[in-house]
Structures are given as structure tokens and as C-alpha cells.
Design a protein around this ligand. Structure first.
Ligand code: CP
Ligand code: NVA
Length: 301
């Protein structure tokens, strides 16, 4: 594993190895065991979109590991003024030991990896959010002890989260059901791959998708970059909310996860959010532990 560009590049074994390493790092952190495995290493963190969790967890993660994080906003970088990503990649490779990037086009992340000579980590694109899904799988495994055979139901927009959850869950032997309007399905190639490699359905029937689910997951209806479509999207996704009705179709002990930030009253009711807040904030915390595993795996000598 040289980069983390998308989960499709990893095997199920790679994912489980990262989760096991995350468990170890979490144990060490909780027990005050120093783990400065990246002493002397620098990580550049390029942000072309906003972030709370990704920025803070990568920054604290590098600190915990003894390394140095650099926050690089595209507003301040020459990349924001049109310097080609191919040149940025080669320059940053001369200074840094790794790059995390949050941007729009998956192609930009792939180009950074192609032209640079250091590990590149995708911190979210319009296509994928692999770091989030590693934290999600870690959280599900902590709460349910296993992954194999569990059913995850994703409700809402067939967006970056849906794409990465489908791939990550199927690779770990989970079943996936997506409930979304016909107009907003996940990536067609990912759905084809999922149907050929595991148990996968995509339906507009939210109750059918949630039936006997062990994990019910949702994300915002308007992702970053789609703010101007927010009102229109509220109409499109009106029936696609996690609420009491939907939860009555899932297993009694089903978990609810949300990558955050959440919009109560839109993709999830305030009641369901609060009822499952412990799971959702465990999930947020696990961004730190899962990403530290990625950093160690990619950047340790
Ligand atoms: N879930 C997530 O990636 O959060 P941020 O946008 O705050 O980084
Ligand atoms: N789909 C959301 C995820 C945020 C973590 C977005 O791209 O804005």
C-alpha cells in the first residue's frame, strides 16, 4: 500500500490490517503509551474545502505520532492561483514525507500521487471519503465485535460517503443496501462491482433497504460544493430520512452512524440522533485512531 486514494485500491485484508493497527494505536493512546512512530516526518494537509474532523484528527494524529503537520489552505497556496497539480506534487515531494488532500476531483488526488514521490491520502473528494469509512468500520467492529455478515443500510444521497461505504463494507464481508431516489444513485461502476462481489441492493424503497439492518447510516443531502442546490435537494430527498419508522424496520439493536456534520430534521431526526449520539461520537473520535493507522502504515520507515 503506497497511498490511500480510494478503498477500491485496498484488499479486504489491507483494511482489516489497518483496523487492527488502529485498535493498537487507540489502546496505546488511551493508556498513555507513547507512540512516536513518525518522529521527524512532516505531513502537508491541503484543504480546498472546509473541515472540522479531518483537519483536527490529522493534525493531532501527526502530533501524537511525533511528526509535524502543516495546514495548507488552497486559498494561500499557488495551486489556488492555477499552479498545476503536477508541479505542486513534485515540489511538495521535495519537502514533505506525506500529503493529505481534501478537494473536489478525484483526478486531482490521483495526479498528486502520480507525479509526486511520497504517500498521498485522500481526505475527501466528490467521489470518495476513504478515511471516514475506515473510522466507520472501526466503530462498527467495536460495537458489534465483527463485520462479516452484518448489514449496513445507507439512506440519502448516492454521494462520496455512499460510494466509499459500499466498497469498504463489501470488502469486509458486509451486506449493503442503499436507499436513494433514482436521480441520485451512487457511482454506477461501484454499484456494478458491489453486486458482483457481495450482497448489494440499491432501491428507492427506504423500508425495504432498512429491513433487518445492523447499521443505519446517513449523510447530508447537500454536500460541500452543492450549497446552491440545498433547497432543491430538500425536495428530492424529502422521504429519505432516518426516523422512528425507518428504525422500526432495522434490527432492534441497530446502530446509527453519521459522518457529520449533521442537519437535524433533514437526513436524521433530532430524536434518533440523540438516541445514538454515543455511537456517532465514537465514530467521530475513531477518525483519529483510523487515520493514525493509515499514517503509520504509509509513512513509517
Ligand atoms: N466527516 C468529516 O469528514 O468531517 P469534516 O468535514 O469536519 O472533516
Ligand atoms: N458528503 C459530505 C461529507 C462530509 C464529510 C460532503 O462531501 O460534504
Amino acid at each position: 500500500m503506497k497511498h490511500l486514494l480510494k478503498l477500491g485500491d485496498l484488499t479486504g485484508e489491507d483494511i482489516i490490517e489497518l483496523l487492527n493497527l488502529a485498535d493498537q494505536l487507540k489502546y496505546e493512546k488511551k493508556n498513555g503509551i507513547e507512540h512516536k512512530y513518525l518522529s521527524g516526518k512532516s505531513l502537508g494537509m491541503i484543504f480546498e474545502k472546509a473541515s472540522t474532523r479531518t483537519r483536527v484528527s490529522f493534525e493531532v494524529g501527526m502530533y501524537d505520532l511525533g511528526g509535524h503537520p502543516l495546514f495548507l489552505s488552497s486559498n494561500d497556496l499557488q495551486i489556488g492561483r492555477g499552479e498545476p497539480v503536477e508541479d505542486t506534487a513534485r515540489v511538495l515531494s521535495r519537502f514533505l514525507d506525506g500529503i493529505m488532500i481534501r478537494t473536489f476531483d478525484q483526478e486531482e488526488v490521483e495526479a498528486l500521487a502520480k507525479y509526486g514521490s511520497i504517500p498521498v491520502i485522500n481526505g475527501l473528494t466528490d467521489y470518495a471519503h476513504p478515511c471516514q469509512v475506515l473510522a466507520d468500520l472501526l466503530t462498527i467492529r467495536e460495537h458489534k465485535i465483527k463485520l462479516q455478515g452484518l448489514k449496513l443500510c445507507f439512506i440519502g444521497d448516492g454521494n462520496n460517503m455512499a460510494n466509499s461505504l459500499i466498497v469498504g463494507c463489501i470488502k469486509c464481508g458486509m451486506k449493503v443496501a442503499v436507499a436513494c431516489p433514482d436521480s441520485n444513485k451512487p457511482d454506477a461502476e461501484i454499484m456494478k462491482w458491489a453486486a458482483e462481489n457481495g450482497e448489494f441492493i440499491c432501491t428507492s424503497d427506504i423500508m425495504a433497504a432498512a429491513e433487518d439492518a445492523d447499521v443505519v447510516y446517513t449523510d447530508v443531502w447537500a454536500s460541500m460544493g452543492q450549497e446552491s442546490e440545498a433547497e432543491e435537494r430538500k425536495k428530492i430527498f424529502a422521504g429519505y430520512q432516518i426516523n422512528e419508522d425507518v428504525m422500526s424496520s432495522a434490527k432492534k439493536d441497530a446502530m446509527v452512524l453519521h459522518c457529520l456534520p449533521a442537519h437535524r430534521g433533514e437526513e436524521i431526526t433530532a430524536d434518533i440522533f440523540e438516541k445514538h449520539a454515543d455511537e456517532i461520537f465514537d465514530e467521530a473520535e475513531n477518525r483519529l485512531h483510523a487515520q493514525k493507522a493509515v499514517l503509520v502504515k504509509l509513512m513509517r520507515d
